[in-house]
Unconditional design. Structure first.
Length: 266
């Protein structure tokens, strides 16, 4: 008999490690993953996902890469606070999807709320420390960039810093030359705009006209300008906010300023 999905908990999951190849344990792990995730018991779901990752890849794919099940589970995730166990669980799902199925991973990226996506991807960078190219394939994903921009403008400092970390990760590890060289300047500006002291922020503002020029030429997404200026305008220091307004007034006089291109992902 299969362990009941209603009663399967941490104690039951712990026993599954003894014989992961039996039909009983496979069924129990799968049932535990589905029922625990759906009910919000992410600690049990995380433990079950660890077991499922060790099962034959065909079984793991059926569980983790089933479109309807994945959409249903991701739609239940709140877009605010979330526990560490949920991040671990999502990381296990994404880890398999990233390696085993491009379509499944794209589905994962498209359906996961921005905050959870960024947090999970930060976890994946350590899981795939020897294979950064797997994470860097996200550079080609429109849905990813849209959610990354949302996180770069998030009200939470922790979320913004995670988003900045991912951009920095791409700049350091991208070998496909998909990112324009000026991305290094963007990382420096966005990181520095998280500071609160004017003498630290002011030097990097000299890079803004060059970034804006790249946006106008269509080499960068227009939201980079939004990210930077929103950060400057959100500063408590009136002096820093004033600098942002002055620069905005200057770059706004650029002939193509009103028609800055938004084509492309980056």
């Amino acid at each position: 008999a299969v362990v009941s999905t209603q009663s399967t908990g941490i104690q039951d999951i712990a026993t599954l490690h003894k014989d992961q190849n039996s039909n009983l344990n496979i069924s129990s792990a799968v049932d535990a993953f589905h029922s625990s995730f759906a009910s919000g018991n992410y600690k049990t779901a995380a433990l079950a996902s660890e077991i499922i990752l060790k099962l034959p890849s065909t079984i793991t794919k059926d569980v983790f890469c089933n479109k309807s099940l994945l959409e249903e589970k991701l739609s239940k995730i709140p877009d605010d606070d979330f526990p560490r166990d949920m991040t671990l669980c999502l990381s296990n799902v994404a880890k398999f999807a990233l390696v085993g199925s491009t379509d499944a991973f794209n589905l994962y990226v498209e359906n996961l709320p921005p905050r959870q996506l960024v947090s999970t991807l930060c976890t994946l960078t350590s899981l795939f420390s020897d294979e950064p190219s797997l994470i860097c394939q996200l550079i080609r994903c429109d849905a990813f960039w849209s959610k990354l921009f949302d996180c770069l403008e998030d009200s939470s400092t922790a979320i913004r810093k995670k988003a900045i970390f991912l951009v920095h990760y791409f700049v350091e590890n991208d070998k496909s030359v998909l990112l324009p060289p000026i991305m290094q300047d963007i990382v420096e500006v966005v990181e520095t705009c998280e500071e609160t002291q004017g003498h630290i922020i002011r030097p990097v503002l000299a890079k803004l006209p060059g970034i804006y020029e790249q946006v106008c030429q269509g080499s960068l997404h227009v939201r980079w300008i939004s990210v930077i200026f929103n950060r400057l305008m959100s500063q408590e220091s009136k002096m820093i906010s004033r600098w942002g307004m002055q620069i905005a007034a200057v770059v706004g006089t650029h002939p193509s300023g009103a028609y800055a291109s938004s084509r492309g992902n980056v």
